[in-house]
Design a protein around this ligand. Structure first.
Ligand code: ATP
Ligand code: NI
Length: 323
């Protein structure tokens, strides 16, 4: 049986201004099962946040436009949603945690007021019941009851992000999207906040998309990983498949460019060249200008997706090229 909660097919998202068209997402395919967590990894500008905003139906228009594709959530294509359906979806189906907690918090309301307000707009409960629910959930993420009447600015970064996590979970979402939820936090706090997210994801059996630059975080937190480059998924599979047997030259490059604890860091090899300009993408494979295995065909023809389950978008199998 089809157990997919989310299926994105051939998604294209452009930011169109007078001067240029930024092709942020270019034919992205992705599927997620119930309870599954997926790490979406890629360099800055790869289109990760745009993908997340597309799912939330929050791509800023103008200049952003979904020009093609489908986003099927629980069997329904969100792209055709009315504003009202989108509000319902964001209240009950899908929640997003942003990098900066202040995106989600109102600076002039206490966190208690904000949490109660969210509960009251989505659930038929009394104010007192809403307050109890908010306090319970705050406890789960490690925020004490006596902080209920404090304002966001009275919290540290990590504590603010805990409140935001609470906010995201109030309406029992089926799918949680966390966009670099710990990047703005101190390194020491990052692990704690990630632990909370992982625990809650498992406890409530939510599906999750975790967006990050950090392959280590994905390995610890997710079941599957999707590597994104220039608005495409260039490789996807289980953590084990991709981490032990990377097939795309870009994925290989990413692994070679991160420090490993147990190895000699002098061997780190950065990926040559720079991240692509999404307003001027090359012909053929978007990665070819940086690829050491490039052949003639790579400059002209966009590669097919190879493999099943563990998929990669390349004209050649890497092992073929290395021999
Ligand atoms: N509002 C916007 N107007 C114009 N271009 C945009 C806008 N938002 C994003 N872009 C462009 O779209 C491309 C994808 O950006 P996006 O933020 O989705 O990438 P990302 O993978 O989330 O990057 P990061 O890791 O830095 O968060 C980039 O080239 C970016 O400059
Ligand atoms: Ni982003």
């Amino acid at each position: 049986m089809d157990n997919n909660i989310l299926e994105i097919k051939n998604l294209h998202v452009h930011y169109i201004t007078e001067d240029e068209t930024v092709r942020a997402v270019n034919g992205l395919n992705l599927s997620l099962q119930k309870g599954e967590s997926l790490g979406l990894v890629g360099e800055t500008g790869a289109g990760k946040t745009t993908t997340a905003l597309s799912i939330m139906q929050l791509v800023p228009y103008p200049p952003g436009v979904i020009t093609d594709g489908e986003i099927i959530f629980q069997g329904k294509n969100l792209i055709y949603n009315t504003d009202k359906e989108n509000q319902q979806m964001r209240g009950n189906g899908i929640s997003m945690i942003f990098q900066d907690p202040m995106t989600s918090l109102n600076p002039i309301m206490t966190i208690g007021e904000q949490l109660v307000e969210v509960i009251l707009t989505h659930k038929k409960v009394t104010k007192e019941e809403a307050k109890q629910q908010a306090i319970e959930l705050l406890k789960v993420v490690g925020v004490k009851e006596d902080r209920f009447n404090d304002y966001p600015h009275q919290f540290s970064g990590g504590m603010k992000q805990r409140v935001v996590i609470t906010m995201a979970l109030l309406c029992n979402p089926q799918l949680l999207i966390a966009d670099e939820p710990t990047t703005a936090l101190d390194v020491t706090i990052q692990a704690q906040v990630l632990d909370i997210i992982r625990e809650l994801q498992q406890k409530y059996n939510m599906s999750m998309i975790l967006i990050t630059h950090d392959l280590g975080v994905v390995a610890e937190t997710c079941d599957k990983v999707a590597i994104m480059y220039a608005g495409e998924i260039v490789e996807t599979g289980t953590i084990e498949e991709v981490y032990t047997n990377a097939k795309h030259p870009y994925t290989r490059g990413l692994f070679e460019s991160i420090p490993k604890l147990d190895e000699d860091n002098e061997k780190l090899i950065p990926i040559p060249g720079s991240t692509p300009n999404a307003a001027a993408l090359p012909d053929g494979c978007f990665f070819h200008p940086r690829c050491k295995y490039k052949q003639e065909i790579c400059e002209k023809v966009s590669p097919p997706v190879m493999g099943e389950g563990h998929c990669y978008k390349c004209h050649f199998s890497l092992f073929e090229k290395e021999q």
